[in-house]
Design a protein around this ligand. Structure first.
Ligand code: PHE
Length: 357
């Protein structure tokens, strides 16, 4: 029989000195495990006379409980220390200032939409939105594009699954919002519709998803002169060129009659160009007087009301204004690219401050 006193102090010292959970487990096994020292002494009680067995047995039980308690206490202390160490290690200092390169900036598409809205909003037009997933009627039929019309192919439409009569489309232009607005409100109508549009096309100047802004103005005595005045003023304000030449070239759209495409003056030098009074033209938008058939499709009396409409590509406007050569770069989320073109997070377009940077 070992000396219980020296065993007690030896085991207590060992438990106090164990500095990780594995070392502590080794001590537990060596004292209280199946072949542990205290367990072995318990087993030897059988060979003792009754008196001795009683006193030694009691003393051993006290020692066994004491050591088991010491091990448990030490174990939770080690576990706490381990958790504290991990918390320190994984700590995130949220007060750290951001790195300059992760600063956000406004996207040129948002900037251009804001500028267009500021100019046309100043003429009394308000912003309307509509769904990106349209039905055939709003995107084509109500706009006087019949089922077999080539415009449906020209638009390279993305169709959603479904029977030919019922399938939905990703809207190919913002014009269905004209229809939705005319169906739901009475003239006078003066709206602009910025939004996403979709066509199956991809190269340096086309993307399957792009943005347009639509304009619609309907009233009792609206005429072509209003359309021209509105768009000439818009082009000059947007490009910040007071005497910018603006040309209306006859064209065709099923939903307008007459229709025109609008060109603005530009100066070419070598591969590049500059918007302004020069000897060349650049096409920027489509427009026309709303076809009476479209008004009738929307239950608006075409003998009483007339209107004009226009639609233009936001990316194209931004590319021309900011000299961005490739449309695909708009969607690459490269902050260096944004910085290169000088878009700042704090840019707020306003007509009062002037839109030019
Ligand atoms: N919806 C035409 C397009 O996407 C643009 C347009 C709108 C033309 C309104 C005339 C009037 O090409």
């Amino acid at each position: 029989m070992e000396n219980l006193e020296s065993l007690r102090s030896e085991l207590n010292d060992a438990v106090g000195a164990a500095d990780d959970l594995a070392a502590l487990e080794d001590i537990r096994v060596s004292a209280l495990g199946k072949k542990g020292r205290i367990t072995a002494m318990m087993k030897s009680l059988g060979g003792m006379d009754p008196e001795q067995r009683k006193t030694t047995g009691q003393a051993l039980n006290v020692l066994k409980d004491e050591i088991a308690l010491a091990i448990e206490t030490r174990k939770s202390a080690l576990e706490d220390a381990e958790l504290d160490a991990r918390l320190m290690d994984e700590k995130i200092d949220v007060s750290l200032s951001i790195r300059p390169e992760s600063e956000g900036s406004i996207h040129p598409i948002s900037q251009t939409i804001d500028e267009v809205v500021a100019i046309l909003g100043g003429m009394g037009m308000t912003v309307r939105e509509g769904p990106n997933i349209e039905d055939d009627w709003h995107n084509f039929t109500a706009l006087n594009i019949p089922p077999d019309h080539p415009a449906r192919q020209e638009h390279d439409t993305f169709y959603l699954p479904g029977s030919v009569e019922e399938r939905k489309v990703l809207r190919t232009h913002t014009s269905p919002v004209q229809i939705r607005t005319m169906m739901n409100s009475e003239p006078p109508i003066r709206i602009i519709v910025p939004g996403r549009t979709y066509r199956c096309d991809y190269d340096a100047t086309h993307s399957p998803m792009f943005h347009q802004v639509e304009g619609l103005w309907i009233d009792e005595d609206t005429h072509m002169g209003h359309l021209k005045g509105c768009l000439i003023e818009f082009c000059r304000a947007f490009f910040g060129v007071e005497d910018l030449p603006v040309r209306f070239r006859p064209s065709y759209f099923p939903f307008t009659e007459p229709s025109a495409e609008v060109d603005i003056g530009c100066i070419r030098d070598g591969d590049g160009f500059r918007i302004g009074r020069g000897d060349d033209w650049m096409e920027i938008l489509g427009c026309g007087m709303v076809n009476p058939k479209v008004l009738e499709n929307c239950n608006i009396d075409s003998t009483k009301y007339q209107g004009f409409a226009f639609g233009m590509g936001i990316e194209r406007l931004a590319m021309l204004k900011y000299g961005i050569p490739d449309l695909r770069t708009f969607y690459e989320s490269d902050l260096r690219w944004l910085r290169h073109y000088g878009f700042s997070a704090l840019d707020v377009p306003s007509l009062v401050g002037g839109l030019n940077r």
